[in-house]
Design a protein around this ligand. Structure first.
Ligand SMILES: [Zn+2]
Length: 455
């Protein structure tokens, strides 16, 4: 989400029609509980019932999922990559830090774009937002014709459920493919910021959904997108205060959210299906605290806006750290594979399941995509190894950075390494050839606003 949106956007958002926004027909009951799943084999040589003084060996790590799994996707809005498990010095998220120790932790994970409407759509569609049919407003809405991966899960017999905590999620079209999709009650709609505190209600709703046996007797996919770290940074009794800066206040919001996510993780662990459930934790974008003279998020795709946490805890997979660049574009194919659903050819990313289960990860490029909307210009970037090229507007200007030497992107490489700049430009051009950008539905209206621009 973001702030400072013209009132026309809200009007457009609230006024947009969406065929699928109304109450949904109750879905048929899910298939019998054949799904989760094959038990995790144990390396314990002794029958577990037999008393023994021999130390019990830990279960052997698996090289593939033990069967078709449930998947729980927890995304936390505006959660930066520099969290305590990644070296941040303040212990602001003890529950997620403990979770990270049991998970596959990615240290160079990227969101697809730098604000919710684009990042989340890309994550759900397994494609870049510029390629997805959409309205051209900042708070884009997505028609039924867009394929979101929960639709494929549902088709494969997976029960799908989601609870959301921002008014945008009501009309965005993200409910496609969900058997159960609810917005927490009592939130106010403010298109400039988010003053609601929603983690307690969100936790309650998530636990209610996950306690419904109709939803959890077979395979299921559940997605909860926690909102509290999004600005405004609201104070919470009993937390901090860590200080007066925006980052201090944001940190308190992260702690508050961590407390609730921690309760949800503990709840999941106690459930009979908990051992058959893969859990993914990530974010839709980062947050700026003065870097590049920016606050909050959106508008650009510098590192602090697009680097996010990515933690995957899957049954039988050993905890480890993967340092290669990865993108949320990989999550749709990853979730399909974990669930045991067939792969979808139109999805661009690659399933992370093989490397989560021990296959040596291979370096690959990451693409960032921020399409032009009613309120922002276009940005795209390619990350190749530790180099990054950002294209501004319709590829009118480029910035090349060495992320290893200059992680804050403070020094644009130009004449000091022309060969590198040329190489990155060529790679970028090749990358663009592979994208299938389309114009938003209301391009004509937007042209009036920015007449010299393409869509
Ligand atoms: Zn967001």
């Amino acid at each position: 989400m973001r702030n400072k949106v013209s009132s026309i956007v809200l009007l457009a958002l609230l006024g947009c029609s969406h065929e699928d926004a109304g109450p949904q027909t109750p879905p048929p009951p899910p298939p019998p509980p054949s799904a989760p799943t094959v038990p995790v084999p144990s390396a314990d040589p002794m029958p577990s019932a037999a008393p023994s003084a021999v130390p019990v060996a830990p279960p052997a790590a698996l090289t593939a999922p033990p069967g078709k799994l449930n998947v729980l996707l927890l995304t936390i809005d505006s959660l930066r990559a520099d969290m305590p498990w990644a070296g941040y010095g303040r212990d602001i998220a003890p529950n997620l830090t403990a979770f990270a120790k049991k998970a596959v932790t990615y240290t160079r994970a990227y969101s697809i774009s730098s604000y919710t409407a684009m990042s989340v759509a890309g994550l759900l569609a397994g494609r870049y937002p510029g390629e997805i049919e959409r309205s051209g407003y900042f708070f884009s809405s997505y028609p039924n014709s867009v394929l979101f991966f929960p639709e494929l899960l549902k088709k494969d017999g997976v029960r799908t459920m989601s609870a959301q905590a921002h008014f945008y999620f009501e009309k965005a079209g993200f409910n496609q493919g969900f058997d159960v999709y609810e917005i927490v009650k009592g939130i106010t709609a403010n298109n400039k910021t988010d003053e609601n505190i929603t983690s307690p209600q969100h936790l309650e709703l998530a636990q209610k959904m996950l306690s419904d046996k109709v939803s959890t007797q077979g395979r299921f996919f559940a997605w909860f997108h926690f909102m509290d770290p999004h600005d405004e940074y609201m104070p919470h009794a009993g937390i901090g205060p860590y200080g007066k800066s925006a980052r201090d206040k944001y940190d308190a919001e992260v702690t508050f959210t961590d407390q609730h996510v921690g309760k949800l993780l503990a709840f999941v662990e106690q459930q009979p299906w908990g051992k058959d459930t893969a859990i993914i934790v990530s974010s839709d974008h980062g947050e700026a605290f003065g870097e590049h003279k920016m606050r909050r998020h959106g508008f650009e795709i510098y590192e602090m806006l697009v680097r996010v946490p990515l933690l995957i805890k899957a049954p039988g997979a050993e905890p480890k750290v993967i340092d290669l660049a990865r993108s949320a574009i990989d999550l749709a194919p990853t979730i399909l594979e974990l669930s045991g659903a067939p792969p979808e050819p139109s999805f661009i990313g690659k399933s992370l399941v093989p490397e989560v289960y021990g296959k040596a990860p291979e370096a690959r490029d990451v693409i960032l995509d921020l399409p032009r909307t009613s309120d922002n210009d276009k940005r795209r970037a390619l990350i190749h190894g530790t180099h990054k090229i950002i294209a501004h507007g319709d590829d009118e200007a480029f910035e090349v950075f060495d992320l290893a030497a200059d992680p804050g992107e403070t020094k644009v490489i130009r004449k000091d390494d022309p060969a590198l700049v040329e190489d990155m430009k060529q790679r970028f051009k090749e990358m663009v050839k592979g994208l299938k950008d389309i114009c938003p539905k209301n391009t004509q209206k937007l042209k009036g606003k920015k007449p010299r621009r393409r869509c």
